[in-house]
Design a protein around this ligand. Structure first.
Ligand code: FAD
Ligand code: UDP
Length: 367
């Protein structure tokens, strides 16, 4: 009946389905949630597009991927420049001359570099082997203590010494007065929300929502020649080698009808350890909204347990080793393709998910 059963109506599943349809293939897309879009889903509340699963800013250096997403939706000129709130002191992110000036009163890049080098020497870090050492080596101990340690330990629920260095390397360190959170050439927010992208991709494709693959796996598999699976890889194999760890999140969303501008920025990070949430998002600022009232969301991290949403893979050595075992099984499958953030256990951004979906398509259709 179908060429492909696609488990997950997120970005990976949608790109695959769209490309397969272009090649004359028939797809059935299912999702256990009651909407399409996966974690990029946005929903309108009082005229404001709310990022239901956390702030999503599209950014890429790859022109092909930028052109690809622009086929489905128009992007605005939003540039992410979050502010960090450490016990009431505000600092610009990512770490740049504005941050260094506010912290140390330094004016020139040379002075900032000298201060960081001094702190790095004092801490005795030469070859970083974990997130803490990597952070100190990049920006020194003051920034580590005020802007990184508390946030990181809340976000990941583990000491920064037990986390991989690559997580902190996601953030630019810049010796210019530039608060752009990303170094990428292209950046923006889809006008009208992210859901539009996935809606366009899935146009003319059969979609069934509220369907959990594992509840009717055999029946669903029998509907198609092949399955594209974008859920959790350890669950696919019934956790036979053990459970991969994830971080989950709780989102607390409030509509403030009497306030038009709650925090003056789309993203404010709370980098102290005591505040239980990591950030507050004020959604209207992603689209320069002028609506009456505003919608804010607080993001509370937690350890994933069964039936929670798994938002972040925890790519430490223990999980990486376990994932490798599942990956070996996956590599032997002839009728199942694994893709996306959960099935490949990778801390992928949207552009990387699109890139990897297009690679999978190339491989599958020999183009
Ligand atoms: P998902 O979006 O997770 O889609 C997988 C889908 O599969 C889900 O809808 C799920 O319900 C469904 N599913 C799983 N198991 C089953 C099952 N058993 N049966 C049926 N359906 C199932 N990226 C950026 O580029 N910029 C950002 O600013 C950014 N911010 C982020 C903020 C947060 C809080 C999070 C969590 C992620 C962020 N990302 C960001 C990453 C981005 O969300 C992902 O790269 C992208 O959404 C992954 O797409 P996906 O299709 O792999 O997975
Ligand atoms: N981070 C931090 N302080 C901040 C922002 C980020 O220490 O104010 C660290 C933290 O460990 C976080 C990582 O940098 O998990 C990556 O940040 P990013 O903004 O890319 O996280 P995401 O948007 O994916 O949650």
């Amino acid at each position: 009946m179908y060429d492909y059963l696609i488990v997950g109506a997120g970005l990976f599943g949608a790109v695959f389905a769209y490309e397969a349809k272009q090649r004359g293939k028939k797809c059935l897309v299912i999702d256990k949630r009651d909407h399409i879009g996966g974690n990029i889903y946005t929903e309108e509340m009082d005229g404001i597009n709310v990022h239901k699963y956390g702030a999503h800013i599209f950014h890429t250096n790859n022109k092909e991927i930028w052109d690809y997403v622009n086929r489905f939706v128009e992007f605005n000129r939003y540039t992410n420049s979050p502010v960090a709130n450490f016990n009431g002191e505000l600092y610009n992110l990512p770490f740049n001359m504005n941050t260094f000036n506010r912290l140390w009163g330094v004016i020139t890049p040379e002075q900032a570099k000298a201060e960081i080098e001094k702190q790095k020497q004092e801490a005795g870090v030469s070859q970083p082997t974990n997130l803490e050492e990597q952070a100190i080596s990049l920006v020194g101990t003051d920034i580590y203590e005020k802007l990184i340690k508390g946030y990181t330990e809340k976000q990941w629920g583990r000491p920064a010494t037990e986390l991989p260095e690559f997580i902190i390397k996601r953030l630019p360190v810049r010796f210019t007065y530039d608060n752009n959170y990303f170094n990428d050439k292209y950046q923006g927010i889809p006008i009208g929300g992210y859901t539009k992208i996935v809606e366009k991709m899935l146009e003319g494709i059969d979609v069934k929502l509220g369907v959990d693959y594992f509840i009717e796996k055999e029946k669903l598999d029998s509907l198609a020649e092949k399955t594209v699976f974008t859920g959790m890889i350890d669950q696919f194999y019934n956790y036979k080698y053990g459970v991969l760890e994830y971080r989950s999140l709780e989102f607390e969303t409030e509509f403030k009808e009497d306030q038009d501008n709650y925090q003056g920025n789309a993203v404010v990070n709370y980098t102290d350890r005591a505040t239980p949430y990591t950030r507050i998002i004020e959604h209207k600022h992603f689209e320069f909204g002028t609506q009456e009232g505003t919608v804010i969301t607080k993001e509370y991290p937690s350890e994933w347990k069964e039936n929670d949403e798994p938002y972040y893979p925890i790519n430490n050595s223990k999980n990486t080793e376990l994932y490798r075992k599942y990956k070996n099984l996956a590599d032997q499958e002839t009728k199942v393709i694994f893709g996306g953030r959960l099935a490949t256990y990778k801390y992928y951004d949207m552009h990387q998910v699109i890139g990897s979906a297009l690679k999978t398509v190339e491989k599958e259709f020999n183009v």
